[in-house]
Structure formats: structure tokens, C-alpha cells
Ligand binder design. Structure first.
Ligand SMILES: [Zn+2]
Length: 485
């Protein structure tokens, strides 16, 4: 498939599909890490950010887990988190999602019946670069006197009112709005009270407004069995509208430098509560949000924990290739590594399926971008993304098989004499089994020695690694994970 193209696969996606989520097994937990905008189209043979980033934790998941190529953006939609994240959560939008409703939900901004929240992006007219939305407030206060204006951080703001947005589409030059406003209106505009003279000057310098078009509001198809850990941005808003429980740890900004360790701690807290709740027989689900892993739904009801990482996308929008790579590496180190370790410990705490002592249902950890965002042009990309699905209880690849065989070998060698001692009773079979033991012991080191080589050649979570794989949809992936359990 050519880079960045839209594949003729509309029939693959059912519009408005709402998949009811079920874990791999009852009691199993799915962890999903969404690396926002982390992929990008491979261009001219140049390595992508995912290829350039050093990601040992992700590499280990890929060596032991399964890679898929995932279409997260339906062919009829624009590439963006407002369309890709709902698909990852189980709902394929039938039409463009209302970004204003998402932003309001993300921040708890009230939108009354009959009102509409419109997100407006502010850019410099000269080069289209993102501008500080605060610079736009003075002119907007004049242009939209009946709207409530909220700064959302960076270049984003929200205008809420019953009235439609007048004259903002097509784009208007900001300076014009400000220059044409009578001095008395400027003086009485509420937002101007806090605007400095400098801000007013900047506003005259030609900013452009980019209102997002109206769209549909995601339906409430989830409940508190899904917990989404995210900064107050699109992922949190989408999750809240879909009905999931949302946790925003202090320090989570959705930008480079965001406190990923705090997100990991929040996820591990939910996982720990789910583990304790399951062993205590706790049950029951309450819908709604919680500030942290403390109060919330019955812990045993948690089936899926989603952690959103916004920094790769933000860095790519700012054309900062190094910051995008650093953001991916930080997610690998501060988030993915501890989550994988926790799932390994959780599986080990109840024994191993290999010796028949396992009672823990299958947990899974999935990592994928929601969509691409190329730092070369700062634009989103709808190309299907690479995705890895891993479980500590499964060992489909040689890399994990090696050490496991090595561990089993001494046990096999010990077992053989005991079986040999049974020989008088089972005269025919025992000697053969005993004779096999040394051979098994010899084989194990060879398999173990293969592990490093397998790890070196194992595919990584990259665009090129999955380029030849068949296309999968998020809902299909959930189904296949269930089937494999
Ligand atoms: Zn973006």
C-alpha cells in the first residue's frame, strides 16, 4: 500500500459499529497504551520515529507477542484522535465527531441543552503555525459577544453558546475583527479586562481562526469497566462521552514532559485494586469518573485500562522530530516497561500455565499509535498503524521459548531417574523416557542460545514491520484476542 493512501476498504468498516467489550477471559485485564500520533509514513527509505527510537520494553513485547497492522481511521473520516481513539475503544464513528463536545467533556465545561461548544484553533496568518490562543481572546470577545470563551491551552479555545458562530468560516483575519470593532465595544468586552496592551497588539498582527466543523457526539457505549488514564484532552473527553471512567493524574499534561510515571502509577493502582478485588470476590460497577485509583467502581469489574500518551503527536505538530523520538522513548521507559513488569508479576503470582498451576485469566498488553503524525509536515496521517499485543501467559516466539526450555531442562533431568526407578512397574516405557532426559537437557541450552539471535531479528513496533500484514480493525483484533484465549 502506498504511503498515506486510503485503501479501498470501506466495506471493512461498519459505520457506527458499537462493539461491546469483553476481556480475553472473565477476570482478565486488557491494558492498552495509545501513543498518540507516534507513527508516520515511511518516506524515501528514511527511518521513522518509531524506527529511530530506542524502545527496549516495546522490543521485548514484540519479540514475545504478536504484531498486527491496524486501521484505526475509517476511510470516510479525517485522520485524528477524535476518530481513531473511539475506534480503539470499540466504536467506529459513522461521521465526523464533534471536537467541541469532546473538549468540553474533557474539561468539565458545561454545555446546556440547545448550546453548542465549538473548538477554534488559532494560527499565525503568515505561516499557519500554531499561535497562543490567548492572543485571540480580545478580538473574539468582540466578534462573539454572546459566546462563553474558554482557553484550552496552546492554540486551542472553546466558544460555547446557543448562537451559531458568525463569520468565522471561511477563515477571518483577526486583525480585521479587532480593527473594525468600535472602541466602546473593546472597552466593555469582558475578556479584554485581563488582556494586556501587548496582547492587543499581537492580536492585530493577523491571526487566523480555524473553527472545527460540527459533528456527532459519541454514544455512551462503555461503562466503568473501562478506565482511561489521560490528560485533560481529546482522549479524556472521548472516554467520558463514551461512558468510561476517566482518571487524570496530577502532572499529566498530554505534552512532552508529561508525568508518565504518574500515569503508570495510576494504571498500576487500578490493576492492583482489580487484582485485590478479584481475590476478595468484590463485584459491581458504578459509572462515572474518579480522581484516582481510590474511589470508583467495584475494582473487580475493571476489564480494560487505557493509558493515553499525547506527547508524540504534540511534538510532531511542532515539527520537532527529536522531541517526538524522546517522547516515544520516555513512554517505553516510564510507562510500558512498568506495565509489562506488573503483568508478568501478576501472572507469576498465581503460577504458570506450563506447570498446570495457572488460575489467572489471560491479561493482555496492547501498544499502538492512534494515527500517524509526521514531524516533517506536522500533519496527521490515516495510514494503518502498527500494533503489538502481548500477554505474559503466552509465549508464541522463540525468544521466550528459549529460557523456558532451559528452566524446564533440570526439572526434566530430575524427573527421569524417578521414572527410571519406576521401571520394574512400567518396564517398557520408563527406560525410553529416562533415556530422553539427557537429550532434553542437551537441547535446552541450544534453544536458549537462540534467544538473543531471535530477539535481534524480531520485528519491532514499526510501520515497515507490519507493512505486508493483512489489515485488521480494532474490533476484529479484540475478537481475535478473545479467540486465542
Ligand atoms: Zn494531533
Amino acid at each position: 500500500m502506498p504511503d498515506g493512501g486510503v485503501e479501498p476498504a470501506a466495506a471493512e468498516c461498519e459505520r457506527g459499529e458499537a462493539a461491546s467489550w469483553r476481556p480475553a477471559q472473565a477476570g482478565g485485564v486488557e491494558l492498552l497504551v495509545i501513543l498518540d500520533g507516534a507513527s508516520e509514513p515511511p518516506r524515501d527509505g528514511r527511518p521513522t520515529s518509531l524506527e529511530r527510537a530506542a524502545t527496549p520494553a516495546l522490543d521485548a513485547l514484540c519479540a514475545e507477542g504478536a504484531l498486527t497492522r491496524l486501521r484505526t481511521v475509517a476511510p470516510w473520516l479525517e485522520a485524528g484522535s477524535e476518530h481513531a481513539i473511539p475506534a480503539l475503544l470499540g466504536w467506529t464513528p459513522p461521521a465526523s465527531v464533534d471536537r467541541g463536545a469532546v473538549e468540553a467533556a474533557a474539561r468539565g465545561i458545561a454545555v446546556e441543552d440547545g448550546e453548542r461548544a465549538c473548538r477554534i484553533d488559532v494560527r499565525h496568518a503568515a505561516d499557519g503555525a500554531r499561535a497562543d490562543a490567548a492572543q485571540a481572546l480580545p478580538a473574539l470577545a468582540v466578534a462573539l459577544p454572546s459566546h462563553r470563551l474558554h482557553l484550552l491551552g496552546g492554540h486551542r479555545l472553546l466558544a460555547v453558546a446557543r448562537a451559531p458562530l458568525p463569520g468565522l468560516d471561511p477563515l477571518v483575519a483577526f486583525g480585521a475583527a479587532l480593527a473594525s470593532a468600535p472602541a466602546s465595544a473593546l472597552a466593555s468586552a469582558p475578556a479584554l479586562a485581563s488582556a494586556s496592551a501587548g496582547e492587543r497588539d499581537v492580536a492585530r498582527e493577523g491571526l487566523t481562526l480555524h473553527p472545527w466543523r460540527e459533528g456527532i457526539v459519541p454514544p455512551r457505549i462503555l461503562d466503568a469497566r473501562t478506565v482511561v488514564i489521560a490528560a485533560p484532552g481529546a482522549a479524556a473527553g472521548l472516554a467520558r462521552l463514551l461512558g468510561a471512567r476517566v482518571i487524570t493524574p496530577a502532572g499529566a499534561t498530554g505534552r512532552p514532559g508529561s508525568d508518565l510515571a504518574a500515569k503508570a502509577a495510576a494504571a498500576l493502582g487500578v490493576l492492583r485494586d482489580a487484582t485485590a478485588g478479584a481475590s476478595n470476590g468484590a463485584a459491581g460497577a458504578r459509572c462515572g469518573d474518579g480522581p484516582g485509583p481510590g474511589p470508583g467502581p467495584g475494582p473487580a469489574s475493571v476489564e480494560r485500562i487505557v493509558v493515553h500518551v499525547g506527547a508524540p503527536d504534540e511534538a510532531a505538530h511542532e515539527h520537532d522530530a527529536a522531541a517526538k523520538i524522546a517522547a516515544i522513548e520516555a513512554a517505553d521507559r516510564d510507562l510500558i516497561a512498568p506495565l509489562a513488569a506488573a503483568l508478568r508479576a501478576r501472572a507469576g503470582a498465581v503460577g504458570s500455565p506450563l506447570d498446570g498451576t495457572a488460575s489467572r485469566p489471560v491479561d493482555t498488553l496492547r501498544v499502538c499509535p492512534d494515527h500517524g503524525c509526521d514531524p516533517a509536515d506536522g500533519r496527521h496521517d490515516a495510514t494503518p498503524v502498527p500494533c503489538v499485543t502481548w500477554s505474559p501467559q503466552s509465549a508464541p516466539r522463540t525468544a521466550q521459548a528459549g529460557p523456558r526450555f532451559e528452566t524446564d531442562a533440570p526439572r526434566a533431568a530430575q524427573t527421569a531417574p524417578r521414572i527410571a526407578a519406576d521401571a520394574p512397574r512400567t518396564a517398557k516405557t520408563a527406560p525410553r523416557i529416562a533415556a530422553d532426559a539427557p537429550r532434553a537437557a542437551q537441547t535446552a541450552p541450544r534453544i536458549a542460545a537462540d534467544a538473543p539471535r531471535a530477539a535481534q531479528t524480531a520485528p519491532r513496533l514499526t510501520e515497515r514491520a507490519v507493512a505486508a500484514l493483512p489489515l485488521t480493525l480494532p474490533v476484529e483484533l479484540a475478537t481475535s484476542v478473545r479467540a486465542a484465549a
